[in-house]
Design a protein around this ligand. Structure first.
Ligand code: 26Y
Length: 826
């Protein structure tokens, strides 16, 4: 049976916009600025949301469902306005209402800052998961930090990345609710005083600490068309009390100032590092800050209507988004033992049954380890607990393996202990302190089990499971690509909006000439839309009829943007030396932020821009190649880019990309993948068929073999392959920069050992030729219009598996065991 759409009162909305403009700004519509109109409209939408939000909370209070707390340092939500309208099923009436007020909905949407409380994949995954949780009708809280400055805004100056603060809260956030009544205290530092109380219990009391007030801000997360509204709760830090200078003695004064400073620094800024730890003290403070506040809240909520804290796990589950929130294990132990007097064994039983951990990377430089002295100084009581967890775990390792033939118990302890080498190993704590450990794509989970976490897998195989990532089709098709969304609905109905496996039905159309033409026409329109954006932002004119070849993601050596641009450089040379050779026009589109301190990544950005500058202005090329670097790649422009992509570049060194999710977003929008057998690419190819993707390069097995044996020698390739040699030499022969030495560091990384790293760590030279070959095949395939249309359509038709709805349902069925909320949609 078809569900009735949610009701939305268009006239009320209109009146409410006018009223808000008046009461918020003392203005008429004619006088209001675009930003003010956006705010007024957003508040009007919030009114509609709040009713559903209250209904959801009421239903939850009555039905007492199990709740998942998705703990994450990052939520890369992107703009809320358009997405909220879509999920409220109110996009069309609001568009009409704004039309009638003489306003363009796109321009109103463009006024919203793009909330970027995340770096990349991991943060965006958290946002997709919340969308799916609400849409599937589960009770969920996202728990995170309300950073004052999110991911930096990127400007390109003279080809270089310049980081500019992201002032997303400048005009306030109309969708948030400040919940000061739910504030919590979080304590840092000091020492632990141990004594026996009057009942003979051993009490551990933290004293001489600094304390900050954690104040939550709630953001609504709206389910699609079901009246469910979940909550993203992000915490801000405030000083605990104002103090009067004269009433403090010297020591107290000092401490009060320190507390104030701590509160003002805590939530200032998101660390812009992705897959690379900086080991900063403030980051550990951030972690404990939001975790302590969130765990306190979850325990208190449970106790609102239950009295046996030993059964917390029946109604509560914590999903730890990578190791960043892992102090939750020890914080829950602390609360259970110190505040509710549970024995160690009882507290441990509750904790391990409540916590679950997702691993998002095998890059060793991303594994979080904290120096013991820092950890102990900052979190003295938490450290005691971690120490005891470690002691018991090491004991367990010894009991398990002592006397087993051929097993080196000390080696096991070395590889698995939580405290080792004066470090606290957060991944080990997360694995030991929970009951589920998952990777984010099949290949990734296998690598975890067989290599990175092998010893843990052997000791506790029952904890390990895979949950292949997914993405929300509401944002990345409905909102990003309305033309295609409408076309799909016209062909197969609209069930795909909440059941992406329906896309399968599009397979009936892949050989249908009319459908092919319509599909490619929509792609062309989206390419025109992106071409306009590029003209406006880059001042570069690109041809919408050329192949749009897209690599957008964080800049990282393992993702191999350098491989991509080296082949562009090679082709530039090829065209210059064979001006009459047939070449299908191609537009290379890049978008990427580099961590502020990551020099190789930043130099790669400069290289891409330098290559763009030369090629785009070389008349010999006759526009056969254009190179565009899109400044400030973020969720809002990603939506335009995905919709316009013909070719999706997923070219990481096999075994390095845990999953990837951009690959799924482009597949959904009918782009064809060129990629390695890495991460979720493996599963994408499995769904779409090898004939509808372009796979090249070393396999993960081969990469891991080379890494083990250390027998890869890129210099041999350089000396024997003239194409490789040409491409590399162009880095240092002045073709792309007057200063021939500018790109020398990149050249050196590829040919020599640099700073303890192997030469060409990421096997760029090794994969160069097979990548070129795959690109050649793409140009041939694209030239055959029918063949390409079929391939592109097949990609959209086969993307069903990659909805985050499917991922979330798997978490629910296999790990979380949540109950569906019953909310009457109105
Ligand atoms: C420790 C700290 C510096 C750190 C901060 C952010 C470490 C890692 C990260 C972010 C990791 C990340 O985004 N990983 C990506 O997660 C995606 C979602 O699972 C995957 O699709 C993607 O392959 C993986 O790189």
């Amino acid at each position: 049976m078809k569900k009735k759409p949610l009701s939305f009162d268009k006239d009320l909305f209109k009146r409410s916009v006018l009223y808000n403009v008046k009461t918020l700004y003392r203005k008429t519509m004619e006088e209001a600025t675009p930003q003010e109109i956006y705010q007024a409209a957003a508040y009007a939408i919030k009114d509609a949301i709040v009713d559903h939000w209250m209904t959801t909370q009421k239903a939850a209070a009555e039905q007492d469902p199990k709740i998942v707390y998705y703990m994450s340092m990052e939520f890369l939500m992107g703009r809320a306005f358009g997405n909220n309208l879509i999920n409220l099923q109110a996009y069309k009436p609001v568009k009409e209402a704004l039309d009638e007020l003489g306003l363009d909905v796109n321009l109103v949407e463009d006024q919203e800052p793009d909330p970027a409380l995340g770096n990349g994949g991991l943060g965006r995954l958290a946002a997709c998961f919340l969308d799916s949780l609400a849409t599937l009708g589960y009770m969920a809280y996202g728990c995170g930090i309300r950073y004052k400055y999110g991911m930096f805004r990127q400007q390109i100056k003279d080809g270089y990345q310049v980081e500019v603060p992201d002032t997303w809260l400048e005009n306030g956030n109309p969708f948030e609710l400040r919940r000061s009544e739910l504030a919590k205290e979080v304590k840092f530092g000091g020492y632990v005083n141990m004594f026996t109380d009057e009942y003979g219990r051993t009490i551990f009391r933290q004293e001489g600490y600094q304390v900050v007030r954690a104040v939550p801000y709630d953001l609504p997360v709206i389910g699609y068309g079901n009246g469910v509204v979940d909550t993203l709760r992000i915490w801000d830090a405030e000083p605990i009390q104002c103090f009067q200078l004269d009433s403090f003695d010297k020591g107290d004064y000092q401490k009060a100032v320190e507390q104030e400073n701590l509160a003002s620094q805590l939530c200032e800024v998101l660390y812009p590092n992705d897959n690379h730890i900086a080991g900063k003290e403030l980051r550990l403070k951030q972690q404990y800050f939001f975790i302590s506040a969130s765990v306190q809240t979850a325990v208190q909520r449970y106790l609102r209507n239950h009295d046996d804290i030993r059964k917390l796990y029946e109604k509560t589950v914590f999903q730890l988004n990578d190791t960043h929130p892992t102090v939750a294990v020890a914080e829950l132990m602390r609360i259970l033992m110190d505040d509710y007097y549970l024995s160690w064994d009882d507290a441990w039983d509750v904790t391990t049954k409540t916590c679950c951990y997702t691993n998002h990377t095998i890059m060793s430089e991303a594994l979080e380890k904290w120096p013991v002295d820092l950890f102990q100084r900052l979190l003295p009581r938490i450290y005691q607990i971690v120490d005891e967890i470690n002691r018991r775990f090491v004991d367990q390792i010894m009991r398990t393996y002592s006397g087993s033939a051929g097993i080196d118990v000390q080696a096991k302890i070395r590889s698995m202990a939580i405290l080792y080498d004066n470090q606290v190993k957060m991944a080990h704590l997360a694995i030991v302190g929970g009951h589920s450990v998952n990777g984010v794509a099949k290949l990734h989970t296998e690598i975890l089990k067989q290599r990175e976490l092998k010893d843990f897998y052997e000791m506790m195989p029952e904890k390990f499971n895979n949950k292949t990532n997914g993405i929300t089709q509401r944002r990345f098709l409905m909102h990003a690509n309305p033309l295609l969304a409408d076309w799909v609905t016209e062909k197969i109905g609209d069930d795909w909006i909440t059941d992406l496996s329906q896309m399968d039905k599009l397979k009936d159309f892949v050989n249908d000439k009319k459908a092919q033409a319509e599909f490619m026409d929509i792609k062309l329109k989206n390419k025109q839309r992106l071409a306009e954006y590029i003209l406006e932002h880059n001042g570069v004119k690109v041809d919408p009829k050329s192949i749009f070849d897209v690599q957008v993601k964080r800049l990282h050596e393992y993702k191999r943007q350098l491989l991509n641009i080296l082949t562009v450089m090679y082709k530039y040379h090829d065209i210059k030396s064979h001006p009459n050779k047939d070449f299908y026009p191609k537009t290379y589109i890049f978008g990427a932020k580099a961590a502020a301190g990551y020099l190789t990544a930043k130099l790669t950005i400069k290289l891409i821009n330098s290559v763009a500058e030369v090629i785009n202005n070389d008349p010999d090329i006759k526009g056969k190649i254009k190179v565009v670097f899109i400044e400030d790649y973020r969720v809002s422009n990603a939506e335009l880019i995905f919709a316009a992509a013909d070719v999706s570049e997923q070219i990481s060194t096999a075994s390095k990309e845990a999953s990837g999710t951009g690959n799924m977003k482009m597949m959904l929008n009918g782009a064809v993948t060129i990629g390695t057998m890495d991460g979720a690419n493996v599963e994408i190819v499995n769904e779409v068929g090898e004939e509808n993707a372009f796979i090249f390069g070393l396999s993960s097995q081969e990469v891991m073999e080379y890494e083990k044996n250390g027998n890869y020698n890129p210099m041999d390739i350089y000396n024997s392959d003239p194409n490789v040699k040409k491409a590399l030499d162009m880095l240092v022969d002045g073709t792309f920069s007057k200063d021939k030495e500018l790109f020398r560091p990149l050249y050196n990384c590829l040919l020599n050992k640099v700073g303890g790293n192997r030469a060409d760590q990421y096997f760029i030279l090794k994969d160069f030729e097979s990548y070129l070959e795959a690109q050649k095949k793409i140009s041939d395939a694209y030239a055959d219009k029918k063949r390409w249309a079929k391939m592109a359509l097949m990609n959209t038709a086969c993307c069903g598996k990659f909805s985050s709805d499917r991922t979330i349902q798997e978490y629910v069925d296999e790990v979380w065991h949540l109950d569906k909320l019953n909310v009457e949609a109105k």
